[in-house]
Design a protein around this ligand. Structure first.
Ligand code: MN
Ligand code: MN
Length: 483
């Protein structure tokens, strides 16, 4: 047998000295015997370390009398619909309900323990999920209010972002919510991802130079959009009254901390090289910033935009290469009894070749109908109001999420979803796809356009039910349900 000393020492650090000695003195024994000794030594040592101390509080002891507490002795009310069968699953409005409880129909029980009621009231479908939810669907919700804000210099604004760090399933798109005070800049920069933006309020001057040396400057207002392809340098400046906007990037790992900045080009090239590059003396650079500016106060933009219309030999960007689209001035694409839909996609805004979006307004109680998107994930942002979405994800998996103004949502391609307005005011949200036109498949329309016998046989429905399915997309259906 091989019985090396290092081998014994290696195991010996676990053993009392006596066990080590024993093992060393029996090197001529066979391997099994040696290991038996080592094992016994280890167990002995382990027993010594973990031996009962005689403390009667350690484990079972008849002297420890059980204290029975009535943990059900709590006051609570149930929300309207909470006693309905779990599969009926109405939205539970806990706003004015005392001590909301995780119960649905006959399922669930009281919660006497540690909790933050405000979170439960905001997320009733997490506290008491509908009985139709099943299994695990990846998280599809992130409130921007839970993101760590990056505050700009000199009171100029801020930004906060959602990416794969907070919704791991959101691999195809990421979002940024940014504020620019009047005159404030988002520093001259570019990035590897494409940027599509929707103005939430106020107005912004956007400026860019494209790879053909063509120039562009425009002012956009609430409800308008812009788009910058990857690598195109651009800047933004808040106009009078300031602005807040939403940026959507075609990369789920995008971060506003990872952009290429004008200030950093100058801070991170040798001054001698800068002087050679621009054919200027080094004294020209004596006051350049030492690091990023990101968001900072500036000289207010001249009211007359023509003053900033810089033109080189290549001229201004032609209209088909416009970086902006004045969507606020466009008519809604669909008006329905439950609300309206305004679609923007490359059909009308050609430069943004893979960004298609719908700005959806849903009246209280109404429903953006159950649908799915064939080829793209959906990045959603809730501009106003409150909503819930159930995501069905194949393999019987389904989960319901609650959303409020300022929340991001993410629904992977092919998964069905509806968006129900569960608040008292209009719900306004935006669905953004990576697609060359905005499209979806409506469950209602699909089944209405399928031979009724197939549908009736599959779902065990009456012919009368199947014949009432609508052959046209409804987009948004009104809230009052036929009983
Ligand atoms: Mn940008
Ligand atoms: Mn959708």
């Amino acid at each position: 047998m091989i019985c090396s000393v290092p081998h014994i020492i290696e195991l010996g650090f676990l053993l009392p000295t006596s066990a080590f000695e024993t093992a060393r003195n029996h090197c001529n024994m066979n391997r099994i015997t040696t290991f038996t000794i080592l094992l016994v030594g280890y167990i002995l040592r382990h027993d010594v370390l973990a031996a009962p101390t005689g403390d009667p509080l350690l484990g079972y002891n008849p002297s420890n009398v059980v204290i029975h507490q009535n943990t059900d002795n709590i006051n609570y009310d149930l929300a309207p619909g909470q006693t309905d069968g779990a599969n009926v699953g109405p939205y539970l409005d806990f706003d004015n309900v005392e001590n909301p409880q995780p119960m649905r129909g006959t399922k669930g029980g009281t919660d006497p323990g540690s909790r933050t009621e405000a979170i439960d009231r905001l997320n009733p479908d997490k506290l008491a999920p509908p009985g139709t939810d099943h299994g695990n669907v990846n998280n599809a919700q992130w409130p921007m209010g839970m993101s760590h804000a990056k505050l700009g210099l000199g009171g100029a604004g801020w930004s906060r972002q959602q990416n794969v760090d907070n919704i791991p399933a959101a691999t195809e798109m990421a979002g940024v919510n940014m504020r620019l005070e009047p005159g404030a800049y988002r520093e001259l920069h570019w990035h590897k991802a494409a940027e599509w933006a929707y103005v939430l309020n106020g107005s912004v001057r956007v400026e860019a130079v494209n790879e053909d040396s063509q120039t562009f400057v425009d002012d956009v207002s609430a409800g308008d959009v812009w788009y910058f392809p990857p690598g195109i340098p651009h800047s933004l400046q808040g106009l009078e009254g300031g602005a807040e906007f939403l940026l959507v990037f075609n990369d789920g790992s995008f971060s506003e901390d990872n952009t290429f900045l004008a200030s950093e080009i100058f801070a991170h090239n040798p001054l001698e090289v800068l002087s050679k590059n621009f054919q200027l003396p080094q004294s020209a650079w004596k006051n350049i910033p030492t690091g990023e500016l990101f968001i900072f106060p500036g000289t207010p933009a001249p009211e007359d935009i023509a003053e900033q219309n810089i033109v080189g030999s290549a001229g201004i960007a032609p209209i088909e290469k416009s970086f902006t689209y004045h969507l606020s001035k466009a008519k809604n694409t669909h008006e329905t009894p439950g609300g309206s839909v305004k679609i923007i996609d490359p059909t009308t805004f050609p430069l943004a070749e893979f960004f298609s979006a719908a700005i959806v307004t849903v009246k209280p109680g109404a429903l953006r109908e159950i649908h799915w998107h064939t080829s793209s994930d959906e990045w959603a942002f809730f501009i106003a109001g409150s909503a819930r979405i159930s995501i069905y994800a194949a393999q019987g998996l389904a989960r319901t999420f609650d959303y409020h103004a300022g929340d991001c949502g993410y629904i992977p391609k092919a998964m069905t979803h509806y968006v129900e307005n569960v608040g008292k005011d209009d719900l306004i949200f935006i669905e953004v796809l990576q697609a060359d036109h905005f499209s979806d498949i409506s469950v209602g329309q699909w089944l209405a356009l399928t031979p009724p016998q197939i549908v009736a046989d599959t779902l065990n429905l009456t012919n009368q039910t199947v014949s009432s399915f609508k052959k046209d997309k409804q987009f948004i259906v009104k809230g009052d349900v036929v009983q």
